[in-house]
Design a protein around this ligand. Sequence first.
Ligand code: ZN
Length: 113
Amino acid sequence: MEKELKKCKNCNEAILKGRSDKIFCATACHNEYHNKNGLRKQLYEFYQENKEQLLNYIDARIEVFTSEKLKIMRKLDKMDSNSYLNVEYQHQLLKLHKDLSQLQKMKRSIPFE
Ligand SMILES: [Zn+2]
């Protein structure tokens, strides 16, 4: 009985030499197959697809926080600096400032190609 030739999992060509349990015809095919199907590749593609959404989300948050910050600064301008509300607004302003710099930092950490 003729032994049926195994086919390369990547290119589908017959595997002519090597061990009988070989799945790929060559190292190049092995690498190509894993590059196409590897988890790393899948994650990278997911990241590429969703990067834009993430950037848009960060930009939207930056816009909201910036306008809140301006609103509070305008209120503070008209306010007695010793009032309780003034202290409260200063507190909010500081928090917004921290949030904004964190968002900017996050945005900078997203690589562009
Ligand atoms: Zn092959």
